[in-house]
Design a protein around this ligand. Structure first.
Ligand code: ADP
Ligand code: MG
Ligand code: MG
Length: 532
């Protein structure tokens, strides 16, 4: 390895280890300083008073609403109930319906106030639990109560004023000065991906830069905006999160969950013999399957499933990334268009037919095949067939299964790589659920997996950098003869929307900044910045 790479890697590793509070700028308090509450009047007027958004979905809003509830004696029982539900969630997920009913009713019975709720709803509770065996039903009852009078009182409290202050901090514009930049992580179609760190909080992220001139020359505006808009609406542990979208003079930037474990391509080919062991194949396939189900539930077709777009985090969990080719389909509709990477395109995509989610299940078949065999299904290692030949193989040829394939994985691959999308696994009414029911996944508890409670079979070494050396990542060329003008700025302003509220609020909480800054006056009194 060359010295340049060693230096770049060790700077990154140090930043990651430092992470959290050590990585904060010495001016971090200044950067996150609350405006005086009198400066929040306009925001208070324009904020939509939606309980679900303000008190459940937004992480800082949820925290402040809980602090409010805890400060009210008459809401204590509801809070202890909520705590108990959180604690029991882990256990409950793995239990049968009967156990759930027993645990939850005994929880409810501990608090008098809730007894009546239980009695009133017991029958419907038990019925819903049979369909969906978890504590969601009980959360629903809690929210039903809290969204009434308590929510009204909350909006007149100092806790809600504090929420408005946080929202004002959230609104501050984002520039490249908000970040420190570390090494280059990868290269994409329109630009480079760099490791970066938020100065105010110390949080590490990956910044995907799209060079404005490249985007313009190759008419990538719609694609860039599409990727950004799809990402900002998603909230899945199996898809990278978008946290900030901003622009610099030369680039449009998307700041994404840092995936320090590298991409699956790197793991399949650059560490030992090509391919992965069965446990890892099963685990990654199961998580990708959950990610696809989340996307499909929101009517999003991904279309770019391949090893280099599946990334590993510090703990060895995967996330789907690179949603540039994803499309949102309107109810029941199909799309057409040869989109994706040829080697991973489904026969119906190549054949210019109309297609729907079937293309992604084919992609999952290709991925499982490649992780197992150490080579993709229709191309030998090092072989580069011409496109017409690739197309012929994908549409006509039966893929071959060597002795690395167990009976189960072979069966699953061949069902996913069924040429006719109508016959393919995953394409029937139950969608991805039927993939999860395949015997290959028998050892996977999908409820636990969805809740993030399954440990990954391989944990990346925190001292290693899982990507090609800096100088081996091809340099990004500069486009000449493209000038940017005011027609472009319309598009830039649609892109440049700053923080994505849920992701940013999570960052503030996870890095401990919320805990350190969210202080009120002595014994529950207002602090001076909250005095109207
Ligand atoms: P493109 O859309 O141009 O293909 P990608 O989003 O796939 O760009 O990014 C290119 C490469 O950068 C990826 O293959 C990966 O190696 C690296 N990369 C992308 N996103 C991240 C991330 N969130 N964390 C770490 N590395 C990333
Ligand atoms: Mg990519
Ligand atoms: Mg892309």
């Amino acid at each position: 390895m060359e010295i340049e790479s060693i230096v770049a890697n060790s700077a990154l590793v140090r930043a990651r280890e430092g992470g959290g509070s050590k990585g904060r700028s010495w001016k971090w308090r200044e950067m996150l300083r609350f405006p005086h509450i009198s400066q929040c009047a306009e925001l208070a007027m324009s904020t939509e008073r939606d309980y679900y958004s303000l008190c459940v979905k937004q992480p800082i809003g949820k925290k402040l609403f809980q602090l409010f509830c805890r400060s009210r004696p008459n809401l204590q029982t509801f809070m202890s109930l909520q705590d108990a539900l959180v604690v029991h969630e882990k256990v409950v997920i793995t239990l049968s319906v009967l156990h759930v009913v027993l645990i939850c009713s005994s929880l409810f019975l501990q608090s008098n106030q809730c007894v009546s709720i239980v009695l009133k709803h017991e029958q419907s509770c038990i019925q819903s639990l049979e369909v969906e065996p978890c504590t969601d039903v009980f959360h629903a009852y809690l929210h039903k109560h809290l969204s009434g009078e308590p929510f009204r009182q909350y909006q007149d409290s100092m806790f809600f004023d504090r929420f408005l202050q946080w929202k004002m901090v959230e609104r501050q514009p984002i520039t490249k000065q908000c970040f420190r930049q570390y090494r280059l992580l990868g290269k994409g179609g329109f630009g480079e991906v760099w490791a970066c760190q938020v100065r105010a909080t110390g949080m590490m992220y990956a910044c995907k830069k799209l060079e404005k001139t490249h985007v313009k020359k190759r008419r990538g505006e719609a694609m860039a905006l599409n990727e950004k808009q799809i990402l900002e609406r998603l909230d899945s542990r199996f898809v990278v999160n978008l946290v900030y979208a901003y622009e610099t003079k030369h680039a449009l930037c998307m700041v994404l969950t840092m995936m320090s474990g590298g991409d699956l391509r790197f793991h399949i080919y650059n560490i030992g013999k090509p391919g992965l062991d069965r446990k890892r194949v099963r685990f990654y396939a199961a998580e990708v399957c959950c990610g696809l189900i989340h996307l499909h539930q929101m009517s999003i077709l991904y279309r770019d499933l391949k090893p280099e777009n599946i990334l590993l985090d510090d703990n060895g969990h995967i996330r789907i990334s690179d949603l540039g080719l994803a499309v949102k389909l309107s109810e029941g509709s199909l799309v057409r268009g040869r989109v994706g990477t040829l080697g991973y395109m489904a026969p119906e995509v190549i054949g210019l037919e109309h297609y729907g989610m079937s293309a992604d299940w084919w992609g999952l078949g290709c991925l499982i095949y490649e992780m197992t065999a150490g080579q993709p299904p229709f191309r030998a290692r090092g072989e580069h067939p011409k496109p017409p030949e690739m197309e012929r193989r994908i549409q006509k040829e039966q893929e071959e299964y060597g002795d690395k394939f167990s009976q189960n994985v072979k069966n699953l691959c061949s069902l996913l790589l069924t040429k006719d999308p109508k016959e393919r696994l995953g394409c029937q009414r139950s969608g991805g659920r039927e993939v999860q029911y395949h015997p290959f996944f028998r050892k996977i508890n999908f409820r636990m997996l969805e809740a993030g409670l399954v440990e990954a079979p391989f944990k990346p070494d925190p001292r290693l950098v899982y990507c090609s050396d800096v100088q081996d990542i091809e340099e990004f060329s500069i486009v000449k003869g493209v000038t940017l003008d005011h027609t472009d700025s319309n598009f830039y302003s649609k892109f440049n929307t700053g923080k994505v509220p849920i992701s940013w609020q999570n960052e503030i909480i996870e890095t401990g900044c919320f805990g350190e800054l969210n202080i009120f006056g002595p014994v529950g009194s207002r602090s001076p910045d909250l005095d109207w």
